[in-house]
Design a protein. Structure first.
Length: 381
C-alpha cells in the first residue's frame, strides 16, 4: 500500500477505535472519528484518505448516511461498513444506497480486515489513477485538438477556450461530478459548428437577421457535435451535455437524461450566453443582469454562482499594440486578428497559444496578416 493513503475509521465507541488503532497502527496510517459529522470534517480538511470504514448504527448520522455523503463529495474513496448488526436488510441498503465496497461484521479478524483494507486501497488507486489519466491525457489531447480546429474556424472554437474556466469554476462550486466531463464539454461545445458556413456563424455573433433555414442550421449544431463526440469511447456523458447546451432550463428534456447532465448543460448554456454578451462589450454585472431578465431560460443557481465568480476571472492590462514578432503565448487578442484578405484567424478574446502562433506564421507566409495587432496581457486574479 502507498504510504500516502490513509484509513479513516468511524465508530461512536472510543474503545472500539482504540482497539482498531492498536491492531493496525504498524501496517496502516489510521485516523479515527466518533461521529459522522466529525468524519466529514476530517475528510474535507485533510487529503490522501483511501478508505473510510464506518460503523452502521451510530446516533445523529448512521453509517449509511455518512457513506452517502462520502460518495457524493469524495467519490473515489472506498467505503466499508463494519458493524455488529449483521442483518441482511441493512447490508442490502448499505450496498445499494451508499455504494459500499464491503460489509464486514464484528468481531472481524485482523486478517479479514487487513485484506479488505488492502483491496479497498487498491480500488482507490485504480479510480484515482484513471482520473489522473483522464485529466492529463484526455483533456490535454482535447485542448490541443480544439486549438488546431480553431485555426480552421476561429469564431466557433475560440468560445470553448473562453468559457472553460467559467464553466469549471461554477461546476466546482455546485459540486458537479465528475468535473472533467463538463470541462471537456465546454471545450468541445462548438465542434458541431464545423458543419456551419462561416457567414452564418458571423451573423449569430453579430445578431444579424437570419432566415429560418439559417436559424435551423445553427440550432442543429449541438446534435451534430454530440454525434461526433459520442463516437469517442468514455465521452458519452460529454456528448449528452453538448446535445442539451441550447435547452432553456425550464424546458423538458427526455426522461432518460440524468439530473447531472441537466445541471451540467444548464451551466454550459449560461456560460455560452454570458460569453456572447461580454464579447459584444457588456460588463460582467450587466451581462449577468441580462441573463437574470430571461425568466425560465437559465438555472437560477447557476446565475448566482456566475454572479459571484467575478473576482475569480483573469484581470487584463491595458491594450497593447504589437507586431507579430512581439506576440508570445499567454497574450489575449483584444480584437480580431485578421489575414490581409479579411479572414478571421484569431477571434477577440482568444488566448494566443503556441499552435495559434504557428497558424499566424503560416498566414504570414502565404497571405499575410494585418498589423499592428492589439492584445491584452493576462495577469493573475
Amino acid at each position: 500500500m502507498s504510504n500516502k493513503e490513509k484509513i479513516l475509521f468511524v465508530d461512536d465507541d472510543p474503545l472500539v477505535l482504540q482497539g482498531i488503532v492498536r491492531q493496525l497502527r504498524k501496517s496502516y496510517p489510521v485516523e479515527t472519528a466518533t461521529s459522522g459529522a466529525e468524519a466529514l470534517e476530517i475528510l474535507n480538511r485533510e487529503n490522501h484518505f483511501g478508505v473510510v470504514v464506518s460503523d452502521l448504527r451510530m446516533p445523529a448520522m448512521d453509517g449509511i448516511t455518512l457513506l452517502k455523503h462520502v460518495r457524493k463529495k469524495h467519490p473515489f474513496i472506498t467505503r466499508v461498513i463494519l458493524t455488529g448488526n449483521a442483518d441482511l436488510s441493512a447490508a442490502i441498503e448499505a450496498v445499494n444506497s451508499g455504494q459500499v465496497f464491503r460489509f464486514l461484521t464484528k468481531p472481524c479478524s485482523t486478517n479479514a480486515l487487513a485484506t479488505t483494507l488492502a483491496l479497498g486501497v487498491r480500488q482507490y488507486q485504480l479510480l484515482t489513477g484513471e482520473q489522473e489519466l483522464l485529466d492529463r491525457t484526455l483533456k490535454g489531447s482535447i485542448a490541443l485538438l480544439t486549438e488546431l480546429l480553431s485555426m480552421a474556424n476561429a469564431r466557433a472554437f475560440s468560445r470553448g477556450h473562453r468559457i472553460r474556466n467559467i464553466v469549471t469554476e461554477i461546476a466546482r462550486k455546485m459540486e458537479v461530478r465528475p468535473l472533467w466531463r463538463i470541462e471537456v464539454a465546454a471545450l468541445l461545445s462548438q465542434i458541431g459548428c464545423m458543419a456551419i458556413p462561416a457567414d452564418i456563424l458571423k451573423k449569430v455573433a453579430l445578431e444579424s437577421p437570419m432566415s429560418e433555414s439559417e436559424k435551423k442550421m445553427f440550432a442543429n449544431h449541438p446534435e451534430i457535435g454530440a454525434r461526433l463526440v459520442g463516437r469517442i469511447p468514455r465521452l458519452e456523458g460529454v456528448a449528452a451535455i453538448i446535445r442539451a447546451q441550447l435547452q432553456p432550463f425550464d424546458d423538458d428534456l427526455p426522461v432518460a437524461v440524468p439530473d447531472e447532465t441537466r445541471q451540467a448543460a444548464s451551466i454550459l448554456k449560461a456560460a455560452l450566453d454570458y460569453d456572447h454578451l461580454t464579447s459584444k462589450g457588456s460588463a460582467h454585472q450587466e451581462a449577468v443582469s441580462t441573463l437574470y431578465g430571461h425568466t425560465g431560460v437559465y438555472n437560477p443557481d447557476v446565475l448566482e454562482q456566475l454572479r459571484c465568480i467575478r473576482l475569480r476571472l483573469p484581470r487584463q492590462k491595458a491594450v497593447a499594440t504589437v507586431l507579430f514578432d512581439e506576440l508570445v503565448p499567454g497574450m489575449v487578442a483584444a480584437e480580431d486578428i485578421l489575414a490581409r484578405n479579411g479572414t478571421t484567424i484569431i477571434e477577440k478574446g482568444q488566448e494566443i497559444t503556441w499552435p495559434a502562433l504557428q497558424g499566424l506564421q503560416n498566414f504570414i507566409t502565404h497571405i499575410g496578416i494585418r498589423e499592428p495587432i492589439k492584445v491584452w496581457e493576462q495577469e493573475p486574479a
